[in-house]
Design a protein around this ligand. Structure first.
Ligand code: BES
Ligand code: ZN
Ligand code: ZN
Length: 506
């Protein structure tokens, strides 16, 4: 039985034979004194005796996240991969251990690996493989190809385990590879330079995605249409740029009726701050300010790749925030798509303005069962949670708990934050408009931002209650998260897996 997964980079093949192709990768529980029973098959005796020597002497302890390479015997090469204490293993510790293998690959290991498991639970093996796949990403589109470059080229990972577990492991690896295509896409979009990835370039890519898949429909609300629809938030933020704003709506399985999950992303392809100009240090990082929309697109890709059958919606609010003679000013009052007016006190608080229109449009036009927005919304969220978790706000406890659980399952932590009435009051006490886009002081900045967004979530049809809605502030988790072992550098593709898991249950 040879089972192929469709990964963009790493190819995973679950084998039932004991053959070793290329470098042997041997996951080792902490403090193992010998090879796990069942992993010796097919291992050349000289390689085997070298491994046994190392393990019995305690020269490789198997601590999670450690690896040791053995080479130079006639029996081939091996990489021992520590997977930590067996009774402490978690999905995330296994993902991290798998990622460490990929991160440690050098020219000497070649491009073919055989991972040999025995006595490991399927979900832990699956997580290890998932970690290997997710870490096998780098963004080199803009690097001139060097013939000497040994890094390029696809890795093929053969995986073996007990016969009775192969089917389940195969399913798990296939799913990981499918979802990883969405994670890779989100990272590609996040990493793309802002001169090439501007609002209509994103829209163009979305249109091509729609053309490729029969069950995907993509609609673009252009700048002119946004103007005539009265989307004053999107227009206000984007009008200062020569690259005009747009809203992109993805519909998957649109023939399936009924209310559906809707994902809404902030897509500021570059955030200079506008007239409230940001200081120069690290301004280049504001190319990542569209990661909410990158995750939205990535979730769509993951959902399509994994073959989900129900309707799912994605909405990307795309704009470039530039200072210019056409830019909006601090002091402007804009009228949003909801009809509510907003006093723009700081043009750098622009994400909430484009989302105001995206949320209202989604709630009114797209028949949501719930709405989840993602946004690199506030520096304050990074102050609160660092790079370890996204902030999570919701008007619905069940939705909040489901997102939190899905995040935990995927190792993408979403941490509950408050939507106190006082924050809503603070954001709705503008002297001259319905809502202000800046808190009264600097405290609780990520909470006041969330309270602002809440003003633009409509009530359910014929209901006096708001549509279930949650907001994820991914300012700290979308890039620069050095403790995220599944990413080498740059955009993380955060929450593609969380939302895929939440929506599909897979
Ligand atoms: N895109 C930024 C938020 C951001 C800053 C994300 C740094 C990641 C790292 C957002 O548009 C912004 O500028 N927010 C302001 C809001 C303030 C003016 C109320 C901020 O956080 O300073
Ligand atoms: Zn800003
Ligand atoms: Zn921004």
């Amino acid at each position: 039985m040879r089972l192929h997964c469709i990964g963009e980079t790493m190819k995973v093949i679950v084998d039932t034979n004991g053959n070793i192709n290329g470098t042997l990768v041997l996951p080792v529980w902490q403090d193992s004194k010998s090879m796990a029973e069942g992993t010796e098959e097919g291992v050349h005796r000289s390689l085997k005796s070298q491994i046994e020597l190392i393990l019995s002497a305690g020269d490789f302890k198997g601590k999670s996240g450690t690896v040791m390479t053995l080479a130079g015997t006639e029996g081939g090469k091996a990489m021992l991969a520590g997977i930590g204490k067996q009774d402490e293993a978690t999905l995330q510790s296994m993902r991290d251990a798998g990622a460490k293998v990929t991160a440690s690959l050098k020219k000497i290991h070649g491009k073919t690996l055989t991972v040999k498991f025995a006595g490991v639970e399927v979900e832990h093996m699956g997580a290890f493989v998932e970690g290997m796949i997710l870490r096998d990403y780098s963004y080199d589109k803009y690097k001139s190809k060097d013939d000497d470059e040994s890094d390029s080229g696809e890795i093929t990972a053969h995986v073996t385990c007990e016969n009775e577990k192969t089917k389940e492991l195969q399913h798990s690896a296939e799913l990981s590879a499918a979802v990883a295509t969405g994670v890779y896409l989100a990272r590609d979009l996040g990493n793309a330079p802002p001169n090439d990835l501007y609002p209509m370039a994103y829209a163009q890519q979305a249109i091509e995605f729609g053309e490729k898949h029969d069950n995907v429909h993509v609609k673009v609300i252009t700048y002119d249409e946004a103007l005539s629809l009265g989307m004053g938030g999107l227009v206000g933020v984007g009008m200062g740029s020569a690259r005009k704003p747009c809203m992109v709506i993805f519909e998957i399985n649109g023939d399936k009726p009924g209310p559906s999950p809707c994902i809404v992303g902030k897509g500021i392809t570059f955030d200079t701050g506008g007239i409230s100009l940001k200081p120069p240090p690290s301004m280049d990082e504001m190319k990542y300010d569209m990661h909410g929309s990158a995750t939205t697109f990535g979730v769509m890709q993951a959902i399509v790749a994994s073959g989900h059958k129900d309707r799912v919606i994605g909405v990307a609010c795309m704009a470039e925030n530039m200072p210019s003679s056409n830019a909006q000013r601090p002091g402007d009052v804009i009228k949003t798509y909801s009809g509510k007016t907003v006093e723009v006190l700081n043009t750098d608080a622009e994400g909430r303005l484009v989302l105001a229109d995206g949320l209202w449009y989604t709630g009114m036009k797209l028949n949501p069962s719930y709405i989840i927005d993602l946004a690199t919304l506030t520096g304050a969220c990074v102050v609160a949670l660092g790079h370890e978790a996204s902030g999570l706000w919701s008007n619905n406890d069940e939705l909040l708990n489901n997102i939190k659980k899905a995040g935990e399952h995927c190792g993408e932590i979403a941490w509950p934050m408050p939507l106190f009435k006082a924050f809503e009051k603070e954001m709705t006490d503008s002297k001259i408009a319905d809502v202000r886009n800046l808190g009264a002081g600097r405290w609780g900045g990520s909470n006041t931002a969330a309270a602002f967004l809440k003003q633009f979530v409509p009530n359910g049809k014929d209901s006096d209650e708001q549509i279930p809605w949650a907001h994820l502030d991914i300012a700290g988790t979308a890039w620069g998260a050095k403790t995220n072992k599944l990413v080498k550098t740059g955009a993380t593709g955060i929450h593609v897996r969380t939302l895929h898991h939440l929506i599909t249950g897979q």
